[in-house]
Design a protein around this ligand. Structure first.
Ligand SMILES: Cc1ncc(COP(=O)(O)O)c(C=O)c1O
Length: 467
């Protein structure tokens, strides 16, 4: 679905009254979940005593309590009470090959047995993994491994400043680039500003300039304004738009963005934490034919093994990260005891090999295309304004258009909260039907197939009955 159609449908949805699930139905659903998940309830009680809120996972459903997972298997999560869910959370994106893919698990078990998990010095797997990334990502000539997307974003903006000797960073409204101090501004909900920035001094976020997505004039104005106060070192972009395309980017935006940043000697940072190795082996930069100076990677490349993050980019910039800072010349310090550890690097190498071997990206995307098609047929047949769209295996099922309500409008905040309640209830309802979903956004794996499509469409059909 193209940008214009998505926006038209989104506006229509946002203008309509919210489709809430009636209270009595939700009461029944919550009672059923409680009955099915007694062990999770007990584990949650224990967790609450030692973990703030009892739950550390941003994606976890919390009504009536989080479910505790026993294991993942292919497209499924199985909770400690034995309930099975088709997983569309997939950890927020890293799971592309399905949960615990046997071939990858086998390779990684061999690595552990042969080499252990860590030795803290150079290892061949670092080079093998970097070579794979460089082979596939068109704009990446060199790679530095870190431990998360957040760290890689932090390194990217520091390096951009060291390279350009400029001060400001431009970030688009509603985008997410991890949780480091300077980037916790205007997360998820456009124009939400410092809403999430408790504990972060204003002086720290002061050099992060926020610009609305798709507004190239505003971008040009911000760059001009920044010239009066230290200049713009970098523009960070989620290449599919905020929240992996929940707030999509207009066709042609990337090319203009590239042109403007190049004309102004600004480092363009493609944050490919979600798109890298999911929308294509060469990420969104391959898809859109864009050549950013820096690329932020995470999640997917590490195949769900711990510590997955990397900064890639042009050699001219990346060489500044040379840790031999005493050798003179420009330098930029990044570090991390567990960064570039052999286990994570081996996981990256073997995951990319496995994605290549199994054509996982194309397979997951084809399944998502079919699912989107069937969901839209269902919504149309039942005359419901819900709609689905996808970017490869990144799935969006919009049931409220919550993020398209203007927060700055008179009752914007109240309307967004009302819609958030509705989506949360839709999510809880679908979980009771055996689907683990995430606020309208989801990720499909190469392990999902026809059976899962059919069960998913049937679950949505029952949601339509409920609303
Ligand atoms: C676009 C984007 N950038 C950065 C991050 C942060 O990555 P991590 O959670 O590995 O720190 C995320 C996480 O979801 C993301 O979606």
């Amino acid at each position: 679905m193209k940008y214009r159609e998505i926006m038209e449908r989104m506006d229509r949805l946002a203008a309509q009254p919210v489709k809430h699930i009636p209270e009595d139905v939700m009461g029944r659903v919550v009672a059923e979940i409680k009955k099915k998940t007694p062990k999770s309830a007990k584990m949650f009680e224990a967790a609450r005593k030692v973990i703030p809120g009892g739950c550390e996972h941003m994606l976890s459903h919390t009504v009536p309590h989080p479910v505790f997972i026993d294991r993942g298997e292919g497209p499924f999560l199985i909770d400690v009470d034995g309930n099975r869910y088709i997983d569309y959370l997939n950890g927020g994106g890293p799971v592309l090959l399905g949960h615990n893919p046997p071939a990858l698990i086998e390779r990684m078990t061999e690595v552990l047995k042969k080499k252990g998990s860590f030795h803290g010095l150079c290892d061949e797997y670092e080079t093998l993994a970097a070579e794979k990334i460089v082979q596939h990502m068109p704009a990446v000539e060199k790679v530095r491994f870190l431990q998360s997307g957040t760290e890689a974003d932090m390194a990217a903006i520091r390096l951009a400043r060291a390279y350009t000797e400029k001060k400001k960073i431009i970030k688009f409204c509603g985008t997410y680039h991890g949780w480091s101090d300077q980037l916790v501004v205007d997360l998820w909900v456009p124009h939400s500003g410092r809403f999430m920035a408790n504990g972060i001094p204003e002086s720290v976020t002061g050099d992060t300039v926020i610009v609305p997505q798709n507004d190239l004039d505003a971008l040009r104005r911000a760059i001009e304004e920044n010239e009066k106060d230290g200049g713009t070192a970098a523009v960070l972009v989620e290449p599919l738009g905020g929240e992996s395309g929940t707030q999509p980017l207009e066709e042609g935006f990337h090319k203009e963005l590239r042109k403007i940043t190049r004309e102004n000697n600004i480092v363009l940072i493609f944050d490919e934490v979600v798109t890298g190795f999911r929308v294509a082996l060469g990420g969104a930069q391959e898809l859109f034919g864009i050549d950013p100076e820096l690329t932020v990677l995470g999640k997917i490349m590490g195949g769900c093994f711990p510590s997955s993050g990397a900064l890639g980019g042009k050699a001219e910039l990346m060489d500044i990260l040379n840790s031999g800072i005493m050798s003179g010349g420009p330098s930029c310090f990044v570090a991390g005891t567990l960064a570039a550890n052999l286990f994570s690097c081996a996981a990256t190498y073997f995951t990319i090999c496995e994605i290549e071997r199994t054509n996982a990206i194309e397979k997951a995307a084809a399944t998502t295309d079919r699912l989107v098609n069937e969901l839209n047929v269902l919504f149309e047949d039942r005359n419901c304004p819900f709609f689905a769209y996808n970017y490869g295996s990144i799935l969006h099922v919009e049931t409220t258009g919550a993020l398209h309500i203007d927060l700055t409008s008179e009752d914007g905040l109240a309307r967004i909260f009302d819609r958030k309640t509705a989506v949360t209830n839709h999510q809880t309802f679908l979980r009771n039907e055996g689907l683990m979903t995430l606020m309208g956004k989801g990720f499909v794996t190469s392990a999902h197939g026809e059976r899962e499509i059919k069960d998913t469409v049937e679950a949505y059909n029952r949601l339509l009955d409920a609303v």
